[in-house]
Design a protein around this ligand. Structure first.
Ligand SMILES: O=C(O)CCC(=O)C(=O)O
Length: 280
């Protein structure tokens, strides 16, 4: 599908990072085993759909999944994953930055193309304006069903992370710059189809780690099965964030219950208050 390689083994992170920097994404094969894949899926079910009543064609997100999921913390003890994390940040002095889980059910259409990156926002209005200002890779995701255009998963636009990128050929960035639309289309909403130059439907297996750069434009592909994804990301402690929200009780509970050797990751953790909005 591409004339370059995007698949790397977990003992070749250096080559994976060259691909990530060049094309804006990469896949690290077999990062976790099937047992951990199953544990993470069960944990997502437990926290997002314990009654199994999520209707077809819909989704639920947990935006601070590390605060409720013990299996997710297994990644912080997983030497190959942490080797990737240390290499990507060029330091071992890191704290928990963000974590999330997403559950989607069969029948959900493709999502909107977007970048998670917000740049430097003078007056943050929502939590992502506070947390997504940095150039650290924002997508370190486990697509626990794997990713495939016929089933579910993620698509990216290759090289859309490069400086000066103004949208795919025939498209233009939306006024917010966080998405793009066809030239001549005045709709403020972003595009939601796969027929875009540079679109790469990522194909991966359940234990693979899908990485993309902070700026890389991406979209969830149409969901044709119950679909699970999650991620835990860290940032160098030198990147300090003063969050304008109070640390929620769930974050305090997590800190209290974490094993001592993980406590270093809490120093600098802001959590995520989805109800926070800047005062008018
Ligand atoms: O659910 C997905 O596959 C993608 C989610 C996504 O694009 C995002 O959270 O930024």
């Amino acid at each position: 599908m591409t004339d370059y390689n995007v698949y790397f083994e977990k003992d070749d992170i250096d080559s994976a990072l060259v691909c990530l920097n060049t094309y804006g994404y990469c896949v690290i094969r077999k990062m976790i085993n099937q047992d951990l894949v199953n544990e993470l899926k069960d944990s997502i079910d437990e926290s997002l759909d314990s009654e199994r009543n999520l209707p077809p064609g819909s989704n639920r997100y947990h935006m601070a999944f590390a605060e409720v999921s013990k299996p997710l913390w297994k990644l912080a003890d997983h030497a190959p994953y942490m080797n990737y994390v240390h290499k990507v940040h060029k330091t071992q002095d890191i704290c928990l930055h963000r974590s999330a889980a997403i559950l989607r059910t069969k029948g959900e259409p493709m999502g909107m193309w977007h970048t998670d990156h917000r740049g430097i926002v003078e007056k943050p209005l929502v939590p992502n304006d506070v947390l997504n200002r940095f150039t650290m890779p924002s997508g370190n995701w486990f697509y626990l069903n794997g990713s495939h255009p016929e089933r579910s998963g993620i698509a990216v636009i290759e090289k859309s992370h490069l400086p000066g990128w103004q949208g795919p050929e025939g498209f233009e960035l939306t006024p917010s710059q966080t998405s793009f639309r066809r030239q001549g289309d005045s709709s403020p909403a972003g595009y939601q189809k796969m027929d875009v130059p540079g679109c790469i439907p990522v194909i991966s297996d359940p234990g693979d780690l899908i990485c993309f750069a902070a700026l890389t434009y991406h979209a969830n592909m149409a969901t044709n099965e119950r679909r699970y994804s999650c991620g835990i990301s860290f940032r160098p402690k030198t990147v300090q964030i003063k969050a304008p929200w109070e640390l929620p009780e769930s974050a305090k509970k997590m800190s209290h219950e974490l094993s001592d050797h993980f406590k270093t990751y809490i120093d600098g953790y802001t959590s995520y208050d989805e109800n926070w909005k800047a005062e008018a």
